[in-house]
Design a protein around this ligand. Structure first.
Ligand code: CP
Length: 338
């Protein structure tokens, strides 16, 4: 695997391999020195043309925990403001010597374009409404951690499906792992067609909540709405928000998820976001380990002719010289294939 551009390109075996690799990096992240030398000498650049807190910081943390060097591009302080194109920006960053580029862009397909222009690996960090593969992986990992297996797991994804790359990534990741996915939204917040999507569509949240194992709330994406698609946020909350009253009616084991950033009081009540059934913080925590797994999978087995072979010895010292901070416990040094 050279790039990670589309969740839909991942088979069940691919996803399971990445989630198993993630187990190893969760273990690494729990160490007192959460660092291994696996990607020493590699450079990972963040090319973010759209705001992000979780994805950008967790990719940078993941790269550093793998001992890669990092390079951060922020559009607000870049030459994009002088008119530099996406292609020229990507070529400029590649010329500085990078092995992987994480791309976030408001336009669907931008990471694919970057991958066609440069030789480095490209990871889609979220493009328009299209996809957000590492979000799909971290959500699948977090849910699996709670419920054991996604086979037969009943998941409701609620809200602004139309504008949501997270929904598209999660539908594929969850369904590929055997879950039964129901989309819950008013017709105006659904895509024009979901033909081919492995989902059931419902319009009334209260008819669905009694028979789910997990509820996944989506953010109301006001910045992507060009028309009034709901009468008001108050009405949206009344019909589709996970209010305190609705959460009270959920079973003790029902998992509550949200990709962040949240609009507390709109799609999720503040108290519900902090409920013990909510795994929103776990999603963020697991995001680092999932992104370590993805970077390791893409770069860990590569040996470029202009570089020395990668440091993959599990007993080798890390940058700190501490033996503890070497490779993950479950020998991911041997795990990558291809
Ligand atoms: N969930 C998510 O992608 O969050 P950020 O926009 O903060 O990266």
């Amino acid at each position: 695997m050279k790039h990670l551009l589309d969740t839909a390109a991942l088979t069940r075996a691919d996803i399971e391999e990445l989630l198993t690799l993630t187990d190893s990096f969760v273990e690494v992240s729990s160490r007192s020195i959460p660092k291994v030398p696996a990607l020493r000498g590699r450079t990972v650049a963040s090319l973010f043309f759209e705001d992000s807190t979780r994805t950008r910081l967790s990719f940078e943390t993941a790269a550093k925990r793998l001992s890669a060097d990092t390079m951060t591009f922020s559009v607000s302080s870049s030459s994009v403001n002088k008119g530099e194109s996406l292609r020229d920006t990507a070529l400029t960053i590649e010329a500085m010597g990078v092995d992987a580029v994480v791309v976030r862009h408001r336009s669907s397909g931008a990471p694919h374009r970057v991958a066609s222009w440069i030789g480095a690996s490209v990871i889609n960090g979220g493009d328009g409404w299209h996809d957000h593969p590492t979000q799909g992986l971290l959500d699948a990992y977090t849910l699996r951690e709670r419920v054991g297996s996604l086979d037969g797991c009943r998941i409701a994804i609620v809200g602004d499906i139309k504008h949501s790359r997270v929904a598209r990534a999660d539908v594929h990741a969850f369904a590929t792992l055997g879950a039964s996915v129901t989309l819950v939204a008013p017709p105006t917040l659904l895509p024009p067609s979901v033909v081919g999507w492995p989902v059931t569509v419902r319009h009334h949240l209260d008819e669905v909540l009694g028979s789910v194992d997990a509820v996944y709330l989506l953010r109301m994406q006001n910045e992507r709405m060009t028309e009034a698609l709901v009468p008001s946020l108050r009405e949206y909350t009344a019909r589709y928000g996970l209010t305190v009253a609705r959460a009270r009616g959920l079973g003790d084991d029902v998992v509550i998820m949200h990709p962040g950033p949240m609009n507390r009081g709109v799609e999720i009540a503040p108290e519900v976001a902090d409920d013990r059934r909510a795994v929103i913080v776990d999603q963020v925590r697991n995001g680092v380990a999932v992104r370590m797994a993805v970077l390791f999978r893409l770069l860990g087995a590569e040996t470029r002719s202009d570089r020395r072979p990668l440091e993959l010895d599990p007993s080798g010292p890390d940058d700190t010289g501490e033996a503890e901070g070497s490779a993950p416990g479950r020998e991911p040094a041997e795990a990558p294939r291809g």
